[in-house]
Ligand binder design. Structure first.
Ligand code: FPP
Length: 246
């Protein structure tokens, strides 16, 4: 280890393992295309990666893993692909629930998931309810999520509270605003990973990413595994987080 590196790891600000990791799971389509397979085959492998990586994250000590499964912009995809993604989600919820319960994992969903079909909404509500007493890690799935809409909804909620005289406008600060977001109560986002070489946030956790470390990796999401996560966490451990200080 060189001098700079050892100084970094001795800094009090350095979190050895990020408490909260978020992933923009990108590259399913390209994974399939490279194999001359339909896009759905890439998404299926993407679900396998979700299983593998969420288990690995727990084993590697991550408290909260937030996954971008369906953005509010993803409705623009062909109808058939949207239907396939919803089918995979249905399958995932059905199969994964008992493991989440057995492994003491709490499930949370962010985004306007109530706009999904009725049976999915019921399955999601059931999974959230059945895992709400769990005390281990938290798996957060972003469904029909868009960060700008989340921020606008928080602003509206606070404006209504102010209008109703429940709070004063002056009382609104960063902490109150954070509490009005769908991620309220979760630890601050430490590390945001995007797979497949794209370097954009794509309307994901814009407020929450304020001080997060960003990591863009070339691996396509279906190929992401425990070793890739361990590598990402190691890279995080080597970053010097200053939070605006020196
Ligand atoms: C991006 O790949 C991936 C998505 C839009 C969906 C992510 C969904 C999954 C991994 C499966 C469903 C998740 C759960 C939790 C059941 P892309 O299609 O944009 O890939 P491309 O950029 O290579 O075309």
């Amino acid at each position: 280890m060189d001098v700079i590196e050892s100084l970094h790891s001795r800094s009090d600000d350095t979190t050895p393992v990020p408490r909260h990791v978020a992933i923009i799971m990108d590259g399913n389509g390209r994974w399939a295309k490279a194999r001359r397979l339909p896009r759905i085959a890439g998404h299926k492998q993407g679900v396998e990666a979700v299983r593998r990586v969420s288990k690995a994250a727990r084993e590697q000590g991550v408290e909260v893993l937030t996954l971008y499964a369906f953005s509010s912009e993803n409705w623009r995809r062909p109808e058939e692909e949207v239907r396939d993604l919803m089918g995979l989600l249905r399958h995932f919820l059905k199969n994964e629930l008992k493991d989440l319960v057995a492994e003491n994992v709490r499930l949370r969903v962010i985004g306007d998931y109530r706009a999904l079909s009725g049976d999915l909404v019921a399955m999601i509500d059931d999974a959230i309810a059945k895992t709400s007493v769990n005390t281990g890690a938290t798996l957060v799935i972003a469904l029909n999520y868009g960060a700008q809409a989340e921020i606008v909804a928080a602003a509206r909620r606070l404006a209504s509270a102010a209008q109703a005289g429940e709070i004063t406008a002056d009382a609104i600060d960063e902490a109150m605003f954070s509490d009005a977001l769908t991620t309220h109560g979760l630890p601050p986002l430490d590390l945001l990973i995007r797979t497949s070489g794209e370097q954009r946030l794509s309307n994901f956790l814009l407020w929450q990413a304020a001080y997060a470390e960003l990591l863009f990796v070339d691996t396509l999401w279906p190929d992401f595994d425990a070793a890739a996560l361990a590598d990402a966490l190691a890279q995080f451990g080597r970053r010097q987080r200053r939070f605006g200080g020196l």
